[in-house]
Design a protein around this ligand. Structure first.
Ligand SMILES: C[S@@+](CC[C@H](N)C(=O)[O-])C[C@H]1O[C@@H](n2cnc3c(N)ncnc32)[C@H](O)[C@@H]1O
Length: 198
């Protein structure tokens, strides 16, 4: 990747594609078991608190957040997806905003700042730090930060650890390649699996 603007350009194409609109409007509640466990844990702790939902896309997380509190603000930087969210949830406070600069939002205010479904992986390391600092700034003391991120080399929370083993094939070249790839991923994958499953 040459620069951050190149990464932004790729993201813009991806988020404005028909596939993004289709995938993010499928009838889905939780993105995976890990997210469901996180929401279960957060619900009693954030009940009635002001909630900030970053990267709302077409609004999948809106009903999940509203089940915790009616004091809700959602933001996203892709106008097309944001418009879809607005038409699905009219009257809600849904703003066009880049998570790297949320200066429009008050400091020390929210009980929860969430960046769901690996959305934070769309930016590079420096911008992730910037976003996490912004999330921390807008939180009131004792507030919660929630985000998910891809688990490099390992299965996700409650996924099957056996997927780290090579898939069998009668083609010896493919089998050799898959075995080598599995051996390379096994140590990190197992460590990540243990870390996310505990
Ligand atoms: C994987 S989608 C997730 C959408 C939604 N959270 C969901 O779970 O259905 C990622 C979303 O992150 C948004 N996004 C990525 N980088 C962002 C940024 N820097 N600021 C605001 N939104 C961002 C994209 O526009 C896209 O809607």
């Amino acid at each position: 990747m040459n620069s951050q603007s190149e990464l932004d350009r790729i993201n813009r194409v991806a988020w404005n594609s028909r596939d993004a609109a289709r995938v993010f409007t499928v009838d889905k509640t939780f993105s995976d078991a890990g997210e469901e466990a996180a929401f279960d844990w957060l619900a009693p702790r954030c009940s009635g608190a002001p909630l900030l939902d970053i990267d709302i896309g077409t609004g999948r997380t809106i009903p999940l957040m509203l089940a915790m509190s009616n004091d809700y603000t959602g933001v996203d930087y892709t106008p097309k997806l944001l418009e879809m969210a607005r038409s699905r949830y009219p009257g809600r406070d849904l703003r066009h905003m880049d998570a790297r600069d949320m200066s429009e939002l008050p400091s020390d205010h929210y009980g929860l700042a969430a960046f769901s479904w690996n959305g934070i992986d769309c930016v590079d390391y420096g911008d992730r730090v910037k976003i996490l600092k912004e999330m921390y700034r807008v939180l009131r003391p004792g507030g919660y930060v929630f985000f998910s991120s891809h688990n490099r080399g390992g299965p996700g929370y409650r996924e099957n650890i056996w997927q780290l083993l090579p898939h069998f094939t009668f083609n010896p070249l493919k089998l050799g390649w898959r075995t080598l790839r599995s051996m390379r991923r096994f140590r990190l994958g197992t460590l990540n699996y243990c870390a996310t499953s505990s």
